[in-house]
Write a protein that binds this ligand. Structure first.
Ligand code: 6PG
Length: 264
């Protein structure tokens, strides 16, 4: 689909909820608290909790927190299914693997069965890995054709300094994909060029999208993402608009330091 340069997000978009915490650790703790609560609610109402993890550096402290007894003991890991929002096209034991990072910080330290950990096969050809993961997601969410009515209970996302999220990089086809749930993606910068990413088709169908952003390096882009809705073309992170669910930002003061509007 050709993205018209004049395309903007000019339609009225409810101001997203932004929680600002003093430091990255406090932001991670806020996210961990909400995840434990969301998991409990989903398991008691639907008998399971599905979460799509983000990669990169930001979520590391969050994953370590979730593995501590204070949080891990609150979560019924036998009813939790873990997925990824994106993966670098590397082996699962590669230093740049998002799967490897999540295992090292969390999954190797909690009682979750291997059958509940659904990694993207980064070692495969990107388009094959993307098709395989889409088949897996379609089977899990029971949607053989078309878009999902409902996808994950929670999608955790980060934001790059260029406004990318998952592996949806500015001015690349996956950003405006309207049919496929998972695509191969060509990153515009290191560490790993080829990626596999979920597209907005499945990300927007989540019950909750939680965007965790910390650090002064993100401040300028965060202001743009939150306070420039008419930006043309929109940043990839601005295109994440839950069809029915909630969108929540959790940021630290350093990342929020350019924001003009007071937030909670
Ligand atoms: C990835 C992530 C990506 C990440 C942003 C922010 O695979 O790199 O999924 O979308 O969230 O690039 O990365 P940092 O947290 O390292 O700044």
């Amino acid at each position: 689909m050709h993205v018209h340069e004049t395309e903007t997000l000019s339609e009225t978009v409810a101001a997203p909820k932004v929680a600002i915490r003093s430091h990255a650790e406090a932001a991670a703790r806020e996210a961990a608290e909400r995840i434990a609560t969301l998991a409990g609610a989903a398991i008691s109402t639907r008998g399971r909790f599905s979460i799509a993890l983000s990669g990169g550096d930001t979520p590391g402290p969050l994953y370590s927190l979730l593995a501590t007894p204070a949080f891990a003991s609150r979560m019924d890991w036998s009813r939790i299914d873990v997925f990824w929002g994106d993966e670098r096209c590397v082996a699962p034991d590669h230093p740049e693997s998002n799967f490897r990072m999540a295992c090292a910080r969390m999954l190797d330290h909690v009682p979750i069965a291997p059958g509940h950990v659904h990694r993207i096969q980064g070692e495969r050809e990107p388009h094959e890995a993307a098709h395989a993961y889409e088949r897996l997601l379609r089977s899990y969410f029971g949607a053989a054709e078309g878009p999902p009515e409902r996808s994950f209970d929670l999608v955790l996302l980060g934001m790059g300094v260029d406004g990318h999220t998952a592996s949806l990089f500015p001015d690349t086809p996956p950003v405006t994909e309207t049919r496929r749930w998972v695509l191969e993606s060509h990153a515009s910068q290191p560490p790993v060029i080829w990626r596999v990413t979920l597209t907005p088709v499945v990300l927007d169908a989540a019950d909750v999208v939680m965007i965790l952003v910390t650090g002064a390096s993100k401040a300028e882009r965060l202001r743009e993402a939150l306070e420039d809705p008419t930006r043309s073309p929109p940043l990839p992170i601005q295109r994440i608009r839950p069809t029915h669910g909630a969108l929540a930002w959790i940021v630290d003061a350093a990342a929020a330091s350019w924001l003009r509007r007071a937030r909670c």
